[in-house]
Design a protein around this ligand. Structure first.
Ligand code: G6P
Length: 600
């Protein structure tokens, strides 16, 4: 995820900006840049790759005010031109987030003579601020922000003026002695100050070396509270969370929000999917889809199968990438590869196989510029931000988000999905990020159950239809990080074998949200209870029946039935996390596993 820093003080800005950016390196990025102002004007330096690459060619820069950025590409390739800061005349901007209406702004500004050199959405913002600039930066920023749709954290430099603003993307101000700072994350500036002010949405700060003034979007001054941060640096990189995995689980509302940004218009009941590049006629012609992936991405694809078949009527095969290359792909079918990293060797090999068989190919991935994105015909990005914990969490949720979008889009084109149902689902989808936030605030019951089962040797996860892939994902998460043997089962299949293993020593997690197969899952719960297994049910918050049959219930907010798997996922992730924690496992780096597996 991108990082922002800004400085105004009595020390040389460049060194402080570079040092602060380095403290954000752990978040992942693909290019970096700084802009510094001194009396001779503004200088901008940027480079593709690591910060050390940027440092290599950096001349002696003098200047006491500046901004810096590490970019994690979302609009446009990771290269020097697309790296931030983006300048328009004497104004330079660094930006995190997505400007959803940037195409529209770009067209308007081009007509007014502004020249665009990058593929980024941020450049439109730089020109827009310049467009409004008269002799006061804060006024220009306020005017520009009124025109943009989307999410942003920005730092803007013009001469000796420095302005920061945010909406849906974090930004903080650090207060020093004779110097003040801007940063997207606390660790960037913790070495310099522990006095932090958290900007809230729609707030703007004018930052100088001796003073910081805060405004609302009508330029009314506002009072802000100063917080004193007592974290150590290492903890700060995890924003106070004990593990990256837990941090990334908590980042899921934001990740999903980014996945949906600019793609859903719930008011019009419409979806726009950048990167799909298929005409309605091509979608109409699609009668078969193969989804190919490994690990957690496979489980996302498996849910995609159920969704596609229910909502678009298209037959879908889901295949493990390392097996697909030995099966026979059907020429003319659409092959969707899902890979968080875009580098998994087995998935890449399967993609090459599909292409050579004449299949149309589409990738769902999180990493712009990765090998899969260079080889596949079309790409849809999940926009989850970098994921550091080996066990995938937020990237899985975002993959599901993209799959829901795709399925609805295909279902609509195919005429299988009514506008009324589509509109209802879209409204519900937009609410999912806040439902996840609610769920994250009620962890106690999950922790309690986690502690009671942490000494078990085997755990079963069961579910039917849409919940079956989530049972698989729950079991995968648990074995990855806690080393407990875990199985994900289609609940109806229990009686054909695994029931022989169920005893009072084998806890069962049953995903029993409301839907088509609810009653059947309740019967399966009774089967395992009859063998004395301790049962945790994941159930709808309005379900007043379920507690009669199980030992513990975790409730998820009520939503459209087909969306509840996203919410159940959060529960199985937290459960695995707390079980692994109770067992003192190295959660972020489980033994024998790698984040990205680039060997076959
Ligand atoms: C590795 C990781 C898993 C991941 C799988 C597929 O095994 O440990 O977390 O699900 O690779 O990775 P991909 O990047 O292709 O989604």
């Amino acid at each position: 995820m991108c990082g922002i820093v800004g400085y105004s003080g009595n020390k040389q800005a460049a060194a402080i900006l570079i040092d602060s950016l380095k403290r954000l390196e752990y978040r992942g990025y693909d290019s970096a840049g700084i802009a510094v102002f001194d009396n001779n004007g503004m200088e901008v330096y940027k480079e593709k790759g690591r910060i050390v690459e940027l440092e290599k060619d950096l001349p002696e820069i003098s200047g006491f005010i500046g901004i810096g950025h590490t970019r994690w590409a979302t609009h446009g390739k990771p290269n020097k031109i697309n790296a931030h800061p983006h300048a328009s005349g004497s104004i330079a901007v660094v930006h995190n987030g997505i400007i959803e209406n940037y195409q529209e702004l770009k067209e308007k500004l081009s007509r007014s003579g502004y020249e665009f050199v990058s593929e980024t959405d941020t450049e439109a913002l730089a020109h827009l601020i310049k467009y409004y600039y008269r002799d006061n930066l804060i006024d220009a920023v306020i005017s520009a922000l009124k025109d943009i749709k989307g999410s942003y954290a920005i730092a803007v430099l013009s001469g000796s003026e420095l302005v920061a603003a945010r909406k849906d993307s974090p930004l903080i101000i650090g207060l020093g002695e004779g110097e003040n700072f801007i940063a997207s994350d606390i660790p960037a500036i913790l070495k310099y100050t522990r006095k932090i002010i958290f900007l809230d949405d729609m707030e703007i700060a004018s930052v100088s070396k001796d003073n910081v003034i805060f405004y609302d979007t009508d330029k009314n001054p506002i009072e802000k509270k100063v917080s004193v941060i007592d974290w150590n640096l290492e903890a700060a990189e995890k924003s106070g969370y004990e593990h990256f995995m837990l941090k990334e689980i908590h980042e899921q509302p934001r990740a999903l929000h980014e996945t949906f940004a600019g793609r859903i218009s719930e008011l019009e009941g419409k979806i726009t999917i950048d990167g799909l590049n298929m005409t309605e006629a091509q979608i109409m012609d699609t009668s078969r889809i193969s989804i190919i992936a490994c690990g957690t991405s496979y489980n996302a694809g498996f849910l995609g199968k159920y969704l596609f078949e229910e909502l678009s009527g298209i037959h879908v095969d889901v295949e493990i990438a390392s097996e697909f290359r030995y099966s026979h792909s059907i020429p003319g079918s659409l092959v969707i590869v899902i890979s968080q990293s875009g580098e998994t060797a087995d998935t890449l090999a399967a993609l090459r196989e599909a292409k050579s068989s004449g299949c149309r190919t589409l990738a769902i991935t999180n990493v712009m510029g990765s090998t899969i994105t260079r080889e596949v015909e079309n790409v849809i990005y999940t926009r989850s931000g970098p994921e550091i914990g080996v066990a995938a969490t937020k990237t899985f949720i975002s993959q599901l988000g993209v799959l829901y979008l795709l399925v609805l889009y295909f279902g609509k084109c195919k005429g299988k999905l009514s506008q009324e149902r589509m509109s209802r689902i879209l409204i519900a989808m937009k609410q999912i990020p806040s439902h996840i936030t609610r769920l994250l605030n009620t962890k106690d019951a999950i922790k309690k159950f986690a502690e009671t089962v942490s000494s078990s040797s085997d755990v079963f996860f069961i579910g039917r239809t849409l919940n079956y892939p989530i049972a698989l994902e729950g079991a995968l998460k648990l074995k990855e990080i806690s080393y407990i043997h875990a199985e994900g089962y289609a609940a109806g299949e229990l009686k054909h074998g695994p029931l022989a293993l169920i005893t009072k020593l084998t806890p069962v997690v049953a995903i029993a949200t409301k839907g088509l197969t609810y009653d059947k899952v309740v019967n399966n719960i009774k089967e395992v209870k009859a063998r004395e297994a301790p049962v945790l049910a994941i159930a709808d918050e309005k379900d007043s029946e379920i507690e009669k049959y199980v030992d513990e219930v975790i409730r998820v907010p009520t939503t459209e039935d087909i969306l509840s798997p996203i919410l159940s996922t959060v529960v199985v992730q937290l459960l695995s996390y707390y079980i692994a924690k109770a067992r003192n496992c190295p959660i972020d780096q489980p033994r024998n596993l790698a984040k990205s597996v680039t060997v076959e």
